[in-house]
Ligand binder design. Structure first.
Ligand SMILES: [Zn+2]
Ligand SMILES: [Zn+2]
Length: 226
């Protein structure tokens, strides 16, 4: 089983999401109005602005990408729920394989290069970085310093009057032409990296002893008791 799989829409999930979005928008508007006209103070106003921002981002997501759906992995058939049925996406299945597409999903080729960093991995402490360019695979000629923030912090910072962001910096290999092969974000205390190159992702996983296929960790039922 290794052919393209079509995305199927799930209208009930889409409707549930739209109802939530309206509740957030109404609640946010109510809190903001109260803060300004009834003197409720700062925090209700802050929460109101935050709820409105979340509702606005959700509305933009529906407009740009469409509603909710489900798609099967082209390799093993395992299903994943998705948002944005029309949007281009990369998915990693529990079987370890990456797939890519919009209306239908295909397996990502071993030498695939994405337009942006999409192939994610949790960067271990003291990670070893394969010494080629993470875009063109030529020998790296140096390193470039990249930095990342947490997505939750970015969202709060958009409406908060004080800085709530934490920042992480890291030196990663590059060649003279490519400095955009890797990006990082903070998730709690973990640094999550994303690579443009499928080949570099594969090499990084191998160099750091990370499991490429999570199925290797699942024991057959008869061995599970031991
Ligand atoms: Zn799969
Ligand atoms: Zn390069």
């Amino acid at each position: 089983m290794d052919r393209p799989t079509p995305v199927r829409e799930r209208h009930a999930d889409t409707q549930r999401g739209l109802v939530l979005m309206v509740i957030f928008a109404l609640g946010g508007a109510g809190l903001l109005t109260g803060a300004f006209t009834q003197g409720w103070g700062f925090w209700p106003g802050f929460a109101g602005a935050f709820f409105l921002l979340v509702a606005g981002l959700a509305a933009k997501g529906y407009r740009d990408g469409g509603g909710a759906g489900v798609v099967a992995c082209p390799a093993c058939g395992d299903e994943t729920r998705i948002k944005g049925v029309r949007a281009e996406r990369y998915l990693r299945c529990r079987c370890g394989r990456w797939s890519h597409g919009a209306a239908e999903m295909r397996l990502v080729a071993p030498d695939h290069l994405a337009a942006e960093p999409v192939f994610q991995v949790q960067i271990p402490k003291g990670a070893s970085w394969p010494s080629q360019c993470p875009v063109c695979q030529a020998p790296a000629t140096g390193t470039t310093t990249i930095q990342g923030t947490s997505a939750v912090g970015d969202l709060a910072a958009a409406v908060a009057p004080v800085s709530v962001q934490s920042v992480v910096k890291m030196d990663v290999p590059c060649c003279a032409q490519h400095r955009d092969g890797v990006s990082i974000v903070l998730e709690g205390d973990d640094v999550v990296g994303s690579f443009r190159s499928m080949r570099y992702w594969t090499e990084f996983m191998a160099a750091n002893g990370l499991e490429q296929s999570s199925t290797a960790l699942i024991l057959p039922p008869e061995c599970a008791q031991d």
